[in-house]
Design a protein around this ligand. Structure first.
Ligand code: BES
Ligand code: MN
Ligand code: ZN
Length: 494
């Protein structure tokens, strides 16, 4: 499937399917009006007959298009014309493309991008269109014995711009949305794959494969012996109960001069979190295969970067292992020494994410990062605080926090900042070690970040808690691909 930007008018362009907006109160967008005029009022008739009301997300196919150059017209309800914004645009595109993904057509053109959208220019609407096409076609079938044949017959999906000037912007947006969609799908595939397939070794293979297929991207992987030499006692304490070998994956993308300081992304890669000796209850424990969504989102971001080849230096660090109970597992009360030299009393082996992240954050120092961002399904408390809508953002840098929040809004992948002040750090006090790995029941998301902050002093660091946003439970169980949109937007803004 290829995305193409079109500048032709709806009533002059030959296609199997023209996708156009209609609004409530029998209002039409400009492309619909042009088609209506050239097509003897076929759209106004559908509206006045009440075949479609224009409510957002509503669809109506007109297949009797007479002499018009388009064989069919898909009317897409976009709500009230005056309220048409990015959110409703996204919903409309998703609805139209979801419908289209089951159809046998080989070409279609979306004119939704020719509408005026309150808070999106053509760059953004084209970007959203391409992203939504990937989302509409995402299926995870790797583990099904009967693979449904890919229903997609579409060869070309047109995104309509007004003129050559806006077409250039549309093309840029389309390319970014395409890369983003590919990155999100990659991230979702990794996360949806169960832990008996998606092991640290599997992630290592994926990283090496991505690097070997990508210009400017190299990969290095540390094994447990390497980690031991580096003094990563905290990370190693988490993998102590597991049979699967832990890995520390380093991806290095060099798109700019070596003198330019890199952005370093760290992704939590717990391929399964049983809780360890502090065992989790069985209900929904299966969802702990998603405990590598931080790693998956960093992988997805790198996939998009690999496509776009921006002039940036970016490094990914993926500490990855399982958290398992066994005779060799770390026990509550055990004290471990992190790579930073600080000692940690492991009061709860289920607070393992921070234990692998802290050594990765220390390791990040060798790259002299301009920014350091870790991404992790770190705390159940974050799901309680923010639900599935906002990613938790904690940072010791106001300017970095501001940039991440802005990127999240731009990309419709929002975060919400929580405070990270000294008081919370006191909750980590330990009677025996430098500090403990848990801070009690109160403010669990913040004390987790306060723990990480012990390892990021003097660094331009932010932490993203994606426990609520990275995947869905229940009947819609599966990875969302978040926060790849925010991370990509943030990086490309630099
Ligand atoms: N991976 C979990 C966090 C999590 C919980 C993510 C639920 C998504 C949904 C993490 O390793 C964990 O177990 N955290 C503990 C920390 C506690 C022991 C301080 C938690 O949140 O309960
Ligand atoms: Mn845990
Ligand atoms: Zn975990």
């Amino acid at each position: 499937m290829r995305f193409v930007v079109k500048t032709a008018q709806a009533h002059q362009n030959k296609t199997q399917l023209a996708i156009v907006a209609v609004f409530t109160d029998n209002e039409m967008g400009k492309p619909a009006r042009a088609l209506d005029k050239a097509g003897n009022g076929l759209i106004s008739a559908a509206l006045s007959n009440g075949d479609i009301s224009g409510k957002s997300g509503e669809l109506l196919l007109l297949s009797n298009t007479g002499d018009l150059p388009c064989q069919r017209i898909l009317l897409v309800g976009c709500g009230s014309h005056t309220d048409f914004d990015r959110k409703i645009f996204r919903k409309a595109v998703r609805s139209a493309f979801g419908w289209l993904s089951h159809k046998p057509y080989t070409d279609a053109v979306s004119y939704l991008t020719q509408e005026h959208i309150k808070d999106a220019d053509i760059f953004r609407s084209a970007c959203i269109s391409a992203e939504c096409w990937h989302d509409a076609n995402y299926r995870f079938t790797a583990m099904k014995s009967e693979k449904e044949a890919s229903p997609v017959k579409l060869k070309s999906l047109g995104i309509a711009a007004h003129d050559t000037k806006t077409a250039t912007l549309a093309r840029k947006g389309m390319r970014q949305g395409d890369a983003l969609g590919l990155g999100m799908s990659f991230s979702r595939d990794l996360a949806n794959l169960p832990s008996n397939f998606c092991t640290p070794t599997y992630l290592e293979k994926q990283a090496k494969k991505l690097a070997s297929n990508t210009k400017h991207l190299s990969c290095k992987v540390l094994n447990e012996a390497d980690m031991k030499k580096l003094g990563m006692g905290s990370l190693l304490s988490v993998t102590a109960g597991s049979v699967e070998p832990a890995k520390f994956i380093i991806l290095q993308y060099k798109g700019a001069a070596a003198s330019k300081k890199p952005a370093v992304l760290v992704g939590k890669g717990i391929t399964f979190d049983t809780g360890g000796i502090s065992l989790k209850p069985p209900a929904t424990m299966d969802e702990m295969k998603f405990d590598m969504c931080g790693a998956a989102s960093v992988f997805g971001t790198f996939k998009a970067i690999a496509e776009l080849q921006p002039k940036l230096n970016i490094i990914a660090l993926i500490p990855t292992c399982e958290n398992m109970p066994s005779g060799s597992a770390t026990k509550p009360g055990d004290i471990v020494t992190s790579m930073s030299g600080q000692t940690i009393e492991v009061l709860n082996t289920d607070a393992e994410g921070r234990l692998i992240l802290c050594d990765a954050l220390t390791y990040a120092r060798r790259f002299n990062p301009e920014v350091l961002i870790d991404v992790a399904t770190l705390t159940g408390a974050c799901v309680i605080a923010l639900g599935k809508h906002h990613t938790g953002l904690l940072s010791t840098s106001d300017s970095l926090a501001k940039k991440l929040l802005a990127a999240g809004i731009q990309a419709d992948d929002p975060a919400w900042r929580l405070p990270l002040t000294e008081e919370y750090t006191n909750q980590l006090k330990s009677n025996f070690a430098d500090f403990a790995n848990i801070g009690g029941r109160e403010a669990g998301t913040i004390t987790a970040a306060a723990f990480l902050a012990k390892f990021t002093e003097d660094l331009n660091w932010a932490h993203l808690d994606i426990a609520g946003t990275a995947y869905r439970g229940g009947s819609a169980k599966g990875s969302t691909g978040r926060p790849v949109p925010m991370l990509l937007e943030f990086l490309l803004n630099r």
